[in-house]
Design a protein around this ligand. Structure first.
Ligand SMILES: Nc1ncnc2c1ncn2[C@@H]1O[C@H](COP(=O)(O)OP(=O)(O)OP(=O)(O)O)[C@@H](O)[C@H]1O
Ligand SMILES: [Mg+2]
Length: 400
């Protein structure tokens, strides 16, 4: 069979029936196109009796742009395989993949609709009690078990090869590390922030550190990353957390995933300074976000350390002093990449609702300025910030 886009509800329903056992043969099914993302088509198929599933189809181009922005359909294979690999170690934290169809470039997966988009939850200042622990565990397990600290040398290299993802990596290479550091036509800059952006383009110390982070992103095949771990790729409620959409997955530096999600905590932190609502409630929520960052890092660090002590078989990587040094490097990398996420979401192409929901441009610029300062500080000072407590104190000092 060759590729074709689903053209009707009937086609989507037939595909859902063929590839999952969850619907009875007499059930009447209906389809909604629910994709609110930019890149792919996402459908929910439901029977009205509480059973449903999700179908995600990748076209050979970006959905909201069209054929003028071609994009490799191999991304959907990569997404299916990354979800399956994550499912081996943290099955409760990702949707189950029921089926992947290589010809139709489509995944059939579990509907995680009882969870809410984390970005919306953070903007609404919801306190999700298990979120930070779940994210720390997701990061420790997906990243450790796909690294040389765990895998046999041949298996690791075979995986690196099968997750080569040049089209999607190129998007990150440009949007994270090129555009925000020059006057690029893809950038979107709030008018009152223009002078701050121009100052950043002339900041050679910052640009040197960003070059080092980019070189690592290009060259360091350390573990299988999610690759796009922003708060819109996380769905959560009071009891559960689900990570979706790993189409940018590839073998890269661990700190990129950890830093992406920490950067999204801080984007919301900066947004809360000027989002609507009671000032003391917003300040309390900022503290909740910082506590969450501490818990996330602590969970990640202790679990990763425990995996290194118990599951690393390579004798050359077993020294306890090596674990200390290695986790110190991971913190520095994570802070650096968190900084690049803060900056690229503020003056680059893809902004976030945590800022965009601040309607007054001058007020929004205040939050954006804080995001730029936080980003710069994390990048430039990443080797000096000794632990997450020091990071949090630094963030508080900058926020004033
Ligand atoms: N397994 C799922 N269960 C429930 N809803 C889902 C599921 N997967 C995706 N969705 C919904 O579809 C939306 C788009 O999904 P996803 O982010 O995977 O698509 P995308 O086109 O890759 O988006 P992006 O432009 O962010 O890359 C999600 O925000 C979510 O609302
Ligand atoms: Mg996506």
């Amino acid at each position: 069979m060759s590729f074709r886009k689903f053209e009707s509800d009937a086609e989507v329903i037939a595909f859902a029936r063929q590839n999952s056992p969850i619907f009875s043969s007499e059930a009447r099914l209906h389809v909604d196109e629910i994709g609110d993302g930019n890149i792919n088509f996402v459908y929910r198929v439901a029977d009205g009796a509480g059973n449903s599933l999700i179908i995600k189809q990748a076209l050979p181009y970006v959905r909201i742009i069209g054929e003028s922005w071609p994009l490799s359909q191999d991304r959907i294979r990569i997404e299916a395989e990354a979800l399956r690999m994550a499912g081996e170690h943290c099955a409760d934290l990702v949707p189950q993949v029921y089926h992947f169809d290589a010809a139709l470039c489509a995944i059939v997966m579990e509907d995680i609709g009882s969870h809410d988009n984390l970005r919306h939850a953070l903007i609404a200042r919801r306190r999700l009690p298990l979120l930070a622990e779940h994210l720390g565990r997701f990061l420790a397990d997906t990243l450790f078990f796909s690294s040389d600290l765990y895998l046999d040398a041949h298996r690791k290299k075979a995986l690196v090869k099968s997750f080569i993802n040049p089209d999607l990596c190129k998007i990150s290479e440009d949007l994270f590390f090129v555009d925000p550091y020059c006057d690029h036509e893809r950038n979107a800059i709030n008018a009152p922030l223009r002078a701050d952006a121009e100052a950043l383009w002339n900041d050679d110390l910052l640009k040197l550190e960003v070059a080092k982070l980019k070189a690592k992103f290009l060259n360091q095949a350390e573990a299988l990353l999610h690759g796009d771990l922003h708060s819109g790729s996380v769905f959560a409620n009071e009891t559960g957390t689900k990570v979706i959409d790993p189409e940018f997955a590839y073998f890269g530096p661990i700190g990129f995933d950890v830093g992406s999600i920490l950067g999204n905590y801080l984007l919301n932190f900066a947004g809360q300074a000027n989002l609507p609502g009671d000032a003391s409630e917003r300040r309390d929520y900022q503290q909740w976000l910082l506590d969450g960052m501490a818990t996330l890092w602590q969970t990640f660090e202790s679990r990763f350390r425990q995996h290194m002590a118990e599951q690393t078989n390579d004798p050359s990587l077993q020294l306890p002093q090596y674990a200390d040094w290695y986790l110190g490097q991971l913190l520095a990398d994570s802070l650096g990449y968190a900084g690049t996420e803060l900056i690229r979401r503020t003056i680059g192409l893809a902004h976030v609702a945590d800022m965009e929901s601040i309607t007054d441009p001058a007020q929004r610029a205040e939050s954006e300025r804080l995001a730029l300062q936080l980003g710069r500080t994390l990048i430039v000072e990443r080797e000096q910030l000794a632990d997450m407590e020091a990071v949090i104190q630094r963030v508080k000092a900058l926020a004033g």
